[in-house]
Design a protein around this ligand. Sequence first.
Ligand code: GRG
Length: 295
Amino acid sequence: MQTLDARLRDIADRMNAALDQLLPRVQGPEARLLEAMRYAALGAGKRLRPFLTLEAGAMFDADESALLRTAAAIECIHTYSLVHDDLPCMDDDDLRRGLPTLHRQFDEATAVLAGDGLLTHAFEILSDPATHRDPQMRCLLIAGLARAAGAHGMVAGQMIDMAGATVAGDMAAVARMNRLKTGALIQFSVEAGALIGAAPDDARHALTRYATNVGTLFQMVDDLLDVEGAAAETGKAVDKDAAAGKINLVSLLGVEGARQQVRLLAAQAKEHLALFGSRSKFLSEAVDFIVERRY
Ligand code: GRG
């Protein structure tokens, strides 16, 4: 039986190959745009969202190619969000995945356009019959990704974050921001696998609850890494939130309180998988991987 590490590496390799093929270089004046999109998308990401889609789908013997293309679309959205988040008008970061951010490597206008290109390309991938032969399924995937990523999901969470709209002490508001900014796309990553695999209702509900816990704990670990991590390990700047005076669950609960909450969420996430027995081995082990991650 494969280890989780080997499985994550295998999925990352397959994702890189899929993105390489889905984002081909072009000739002509727009060559720079595709180079920039590839620079961002083919970087050293953990490919956690693709892992969640492929693992959730594999439990129901879903078609591998449909899962892989859907995961690539999700990764395009995730990458665009990082590119735009790093821009001077947002978080103004110089380092991402251990390399210069896209606007540093290229320029700001190219970074905005490369993000736009990746966002749009995600929906082109999903609408292609090569993703799924059933047009209704393609529509469900497109609608689900749009909801998770758009103005009622990730973009709304980013707006709340940018506006500094989470006042000190307002735990519920911070939790909602996290649910939208980070949780919505993680949740869709799991749901997409279940959808393509035509999972029964009870399984889909259990997976959604698993994904909700994973999304929340993922963001809390990210906030802990911002406080405790080192840029050399995380591949991005640290201590950003405190320097910007931002409120997050770590500043509200304290480091120890946040760690305790992470442990609780991790246990809950795994409990939601009980229904699947050994079939959910990797999804369960991934919870520990996320808790223990240093980057
Ligand atoms: C700009 C529309 C728009 C949205 C940005 C996701 C996001 C919203 C901003 C990123 C800021 C951030 C660091 C959020 C914390 C959670 C997160 C998404 C971390 C990065 O995801 P990983 O760790 O990254 O999966 P890799 O590099 O492994 O893909």
